[in-house]
Design a protein around this ligand. Structure first.
Ligand SMILES: *Cc1c(COP(=O)(O)O)cnc(C)c1O
Length: 371
């Protein structure tokens, strides 16, 4: 039986990659901002429609160093309905995460709850465009301006997404993209920070290389987050095909939507106004009362057929063992409700329509059995 995993990494033809890496054998330049790194940076700046960009070895370090470059102190308002990285980047910077609840319909930060969480220690808002769903950008901007807060978006899920015709990474003070193997666009591992303020450019360049300013001066407590030439070469290849891949994802998403249309107890993500989507994920929220079976039962049943859906995002980051009960999950009830019921179904460019139909059939037949 062929296994179907939640995602499958995009790869160029082997010949295309070999062609791309060939000249590395002439230059012997493997990392430290080489020519492929520079070329990819230029191409991504244009593709993502952003002013400034700094490539890194992964998305997490982009976010971590992005926060460090802003020299923030105090509390950061964020969401617990995300990948571990978002919260860890805050805590590892010595900042305090303050968890805001999410919207029950699109799972992004509930902007009506932000202002009541602001204190004199609040320095920034770190929302997530979760599953590729765009946050309420206008309202977040309004609040940030009113209270003089920085806005950093975790845009890991929104590669190529456009909002009102503009690149999603051009909003807020900065946005982080992830180019991890499992994302819509990958450089094997990789990521970037996009930003407006040019002063972050030098700072990030330094911080991703140990804080080294020049041969004799090290004036930052940096990390090592440089993207190497083989990663950049993968990016140059994958970028040529990403639009085509997004179109394939769109067709698969439409098939899922059609198959589940009008099914009571299965809630789908909304199609957002003014948003050009990248069809990154296909989350469904199972209401066990209306559907007859729980999310966990569906997850287990799919597994029997070799289909591996994921409970993204469960558990919530504010319930992680590493935080020893420090955060009160009762303050984010909508996030808790969704995390217990959400299931992310397989979605990648090469997923076959027959496979989509089979996945839907298995799920829908469970409902019949119960009724
Ligand atoms: C993937 C992801 C990250 C981290 O990106 P890496 O490139 O894997 O380090 C951060 N936030 C979210 C929401 C993600 O999905």
């Amino acid at each position: 039986m062929n296994k179907i995993l939640v995602t499958r990494s995009s790869m160029p033809d082997l010949d295309e990659y070999i062609e791309e890496i060939k000249d590395i054998w002439d230059t012997h330049w493997l990392t430290n901002m080489g020519s492929k790194h520079k070329k990819l940076e230029t191409q991504l700046k244009e593709y993502l429609d952003v002013e400034n960009i700094s490539l890194m070895t992964n998305g997490h370090l982009s976010l971590e160093l992005g926060l460090q470059a802003m020299n923030l102190k105090g509390e950061v308002i964020t969401t617990p309905f995300t990948f571990a990285s978002t919260t860890h980047a805050i805590v590892r910077n010595g900042l305090t995460p303050v968890f805001c609840d999410i919207n029950p319909d699109d799972y992004t930060m509930n902007v009506n709850k932000i202002e009541s969480l602001i204190t004199d220690k609040t320095c920034a808002i770190l929302p997530v465009h979760v599953y590729g769903n765009v946050c309420n950008i206008e309202e977040i901007e309004r609040i940030a301006k009113k209270y003089d807060l920085k806005v950093i978006y975790d845009a890991a899920h929104t590669f190529g997404v456009r909002y009102k015709g503009k690149g999603i990474g051009s909003f807020g003070d900065a946005s982080m993209f992830s180019f991890h193997a499992t994302k819509v666009f990958n450089t094997i591992e990789g990521g970037c920070m996009c930003f407006h303020n040019l002063s972050y450019e030098k700072e990030l360049y330094k911080l991703k290389n140990f804080g080294i300013k020049n041969e004799t001066v090290v004036d930052g407590i940096g990390s090592n987050a440089k993207m190497n030439e083989f990663q950049a070469a993968m990016g140059l290849c994958n970028l040529r095909h990403v639009d085509e891949e997004i179109q394939k994802r769109k067709k698969i998403t439409e098939r899922y939507r059609k198959n589940f249309q009008g099914t009571e107890g299965i809630k789908l993500s909304p199609e957002q106004k003014d948003v050009e989507s990248n069809y990154a994920y296909f989350p469904v929220v199972i209401d066990e009362k209306a559907f007859g079976v729980t999310r966990n039962e569906i997850y287990d049943e799919l597994k029997k057929y070799g289909i591996y859906a994921r409970k993204y995002f469960y558990p919530l980051t504010n319930t992680f063992d590493c935080f020893n009960g420090k955060y009160d999950v009762d303050k984010t009830p909508a996030a808790l409700y969704i995390s217990k019921r959400v299931l992310t179904l397989p979605l990648y460019a090469d997923l076959l329509m027959d496979e989509v139909d089979r996945i839907c059939e298995i799920i829908l037949s469970m409902r019949k059995r119960e009724l």
